[in-house]
Design a protein. Structure first.
Length: 68
């Protein structure tokens, strides 16, 4: 099922908010072990990947809407 532009915009806003929230929490954390730091970076990369996917979904939804 394809997303509407409104749904895609909302998903993108949510993904960006989750990433910013994680960055804020990360700034408040103390340095951890190498493994902890690696997990944090992997989690942040996952959140950035989510943002990128939401941006692609929004572009697709806008293209579909323009074809209607």
């Amino acid at each position: 099922m394809s997303k509407t532009v409104e749904q895609a915009e909302s998903a993108l806003a949510d993904a960006k908010a989750a990433y910013l929230s994680e960055l804020k929490r990360d700034c408040e954390r103390h340095d951890g072990s190498g493994a902890q730091e690696r997990r944090r970076e992997e989690h942040q990369q996952s959140l950035r990947d989510d943002i990128a996917q939401c941006q692609r979904d929004l572009e697709d939804a806008m293209r579909r809407q323009g074809q209607s």
